[in-house]
Design a protein around this ligand. Structure first.
Ligand code: MRU
Length: 409
């Protein structure tokens, strides 16, 4: 059994609230974010406090349940409740465009509410919450199954490269691409993981490195532009990534930079695997050309966002920090558009900074995802087994079929 060490759960329901580890500040600050309203969850999604396709599906379901338990609880009329739930679910689904799981989670909640509406609004609300909790539990279970299927593809002694974070933090728990790696590592097959830092938001350096360290999996962190060279030197045996949306033909949208890795794999004869639950497969899209690619804030590219904890060296520093943060967060005066905010949290002090690295006013293009054509993908690993080309058939079976799509040896 893979041991994930102290990796915390990503997102959960507690005391009538949705709680999550704020991933926008990990790993140097591990804040707990408590959302009391559904739009608090929407802001957390937009600000990437919760991110990663399967985790977004869970966040969407929990956000709908949170609305149902708060604002929705004021609506006595069934039709009005259902109409409002549809609207809220659509709003939640619209917070980020590429990861289909967000829409999938919201749509499943809409469908569930309509299918069970005959019990009336008062009895429906607890059922809606139960459904959201079921989606969360199912996600972890699927990832563990997917991990076992994927680990069967890994040769003993493998050096595996991964991009972005498709780990436990990108799911309710356990992870997809990292779920495969955790499982293969527990089976003694992983010699080392290469972790792409994953500019611009650095999910690899910040989150994947943090998870692998917690789970005691050996790894080395590299800059994205180092992958080609280490492949050429024969230091990579397989690449495994997650996915944000997979079209019916097997084209895969994932974090920007994934396509380049897939092309490199083809050139160097390295298998390129995608690990994703069936909820990431979008059979309504014939090909990846139809996938909407999110474009994000140019400041992700022109600068670096860093948070950390300040440990004062002396009483003088403590006094100064106390004075600055007495009335709340304090924005330091900075040149060149750099930003630095100081916050007092209990007895500790935190900084949140954005540091400019490009000259002011440069034009930026910042697509968050790219699409890898199916021809580059050696296999798509789902909880139902390992899908191979032709994906139009194997993915349809993975999502709509009844049996395992691939019998494990
Ligand atoms: O922008 P993010 O951090 O949400 O992007 C995440 C990814 O691209 C992941 O690789 C993908 O969602 C799969 S997570 C299991």
């Amino acid at each position: 059994m893979p041991d994930l060490g102290n990796i915390p759960p990503t997102i959960w329901w507690e005391d009538g609230t949705v709680r999550m580890i704020d991933q926008s500040r990990l790993p140097l600050v591990g804040d707990l974010l408590v959302c009391n309203t559904y739009d608090g969850v929407c802001s957390a999604i937009a600000g990437m406090a919760v991110r990663g396709a399967p985790a977004l599906g869970v966040a969407a379901a929990l956000a709908v349940a949170l609305w149902s338990e708060t604002e929705g609880a004021e609506i006595g009329d069934l039709d009005a409740y259902l109409t409002a739930l549809d609207r809220i679910a659509d709003e939640i689904a619209g917070t980020r465009p590429t990861a289909v799981n967000l829409k999938w989670g919201a749509e499943r909640m809409k469908r569930f509410a309509r299918d069970n509406a005959d019990v009336g609004p008062d009895a429906l609300r607890p059922l809606v919450l139960e459904e959201a909790l079921a989606i969360r539990a199912e996600d972890e279970a699927r990832n563990r199954e997917l991990g076992a299927h994927g680990a069967a593809l890994i040769e003993p002694g493998s050096r595996i490269l991964t991009h972005c974070n498709a780990g436990s933090l990108a799911t309710a728990y356990f992870g997809t691409a990292l779920g495969v790696i955790f499982t293969a590592h527990a089976e003694g097959k992983v010699a080392q993981v290469w972790v792409d830092e994953t500019r611009p938001v650095l999910q690899g350096a910040r989150l994947t490195a943090w998870e692998l360290r917690m789970a005691a999996v050996p790894f080395k962190l590299i800059c994205d532009n180092m992958a080609a060279s280490i492949m050429r030197r024969g230091l990579v045996d397989a690449v495994i990534v997650g996915a944000d949306r997979i079209a019916a033909n097997g084209d895969v949208a994932n974090k920007i930079g994934t396509y380049g890795l897939a092309v490199l794999c083809k050139e160097h004869g390295i298998p390129f695997y995608v690990a994703a639950p069936s909820s990431t497969v979008d059979l309504t899209l014939a090909s990846g050309d139809e996938i909407v690619i999110e474009e994000r804030d140019p400041r992700e590219v022109t600068g670096l966002t860093v948070s950390g904890v300040i440990e004062p060296h002396s009483g003088v520093e403590t006094k100064a920090l106390d004075a600055l943060t007495e009335a709340g967060p304090y924005a330091l005066g900075m040149t060149k558009g750099h930003q630095m905010e100081l916050t007092r949290k209990g007895g500790a002090y935190q900084f949140d900074a954005w540091v400019r690295i490009a000259p002011p006013s440069v034009e930026v293009y910042n697509p968050a995802f790219d699409v890898t054509p199916a021809e580059y993908v050696a296999a798509i690993i789902t909880e139902r087994g390992v899908a191979r080309a032709p994906y139009t058939e194997s993915l349809a079976e993975a999502c709509c079929g009844t049996g395992a799509i691939h019998e494990l040896e």
